[in-house]
Design a protein around this ligand. Sequence first.
Ligand SMILES: CC(C)(COP(=O)(O)OP(=O)(O)OC[C@H]1O[C@@H](n2cnc3c(N)ncnc32)[C@H](O)[C@@H]1OP(=O)(O)O)[C@@H](O)C(=O)NCCC(=O)NCCS
Length: 183
Amino acid sequence: MNFKLRTDRLFLRLVQDCDAEPAFDILHSHPDITRFMTFNPPKKVDDTLQFFRESRLHCPEKGVVWALFLEEKFIGLVSLESITRMLGVWKMDRAELGYWLDPSFHGQGIMTEAASEVMRFGFEHLNLHKIICGHVSENIASQKVIEKLGFRFLSERKEHFFRFGQWWNHKNYEIIKDEFESS
Ligand SMILES: CC(C)(COP(=O)(O)OP(=O)(O)OC[C@H]1O[C@@H](n2cnc3c(N)ncnc32)[C@H](O)[C@@H]1OP(=O)(O)O)[C@@H](O)C(=O)NCCC(=O)NCCS
């Protein structure tokens, strides 16, 4: 399968070992990126490398992680993770969208453009039926991206997880193939 994707401004391909260093540099120098994510900033480049290698091991059965480039510069990651084909006898064909972007490039519509292409690929080539997504309620930038991508709001889960000494609310969304194609 060819995982290379292009948009007007961006290029995406599967993460490779050579992306670990630029990814680590961004996360290490901007630890706030992970504030609303499920992981802490990596302490050493090897942590990032291990994550990339692990993701490739299970690609595309369990998930796909793309490196994102603007004018050949690595600027972030976009992923379709937790791919679930079956739950018992139920056919699911579902994945969860995730992303982060170098703060130097925030606010230019870059993640909306990248994630939209990844979703198109997921529906057309990974045969997904549904993509789910969520954000910590305070993460307004991510909320805006999710809304611009056409996701349907489902619910806000109160005190969904504990971190940094407090409980956080979490909003979750979904979109099915037909909704994406007609948006
Ligand atoms: C979420 C993230 C990827 C957005 O990337 P981006 O390329 O800047 O997104 P876009 O430019 O497409 O859209 C962001 C929108 O949020 C707005 N925004 C950003 N920060 C904001 C804030 N604190 N309050 C209100 N609006 C905000 C931007 O102005 C933009 O609005 P617009 O569509 O009206 O122009 C980026 O902020 C990021 O990497 N955050 C850290 C990682 C993260 O939280 N990932 C998601 C986990 S669910």
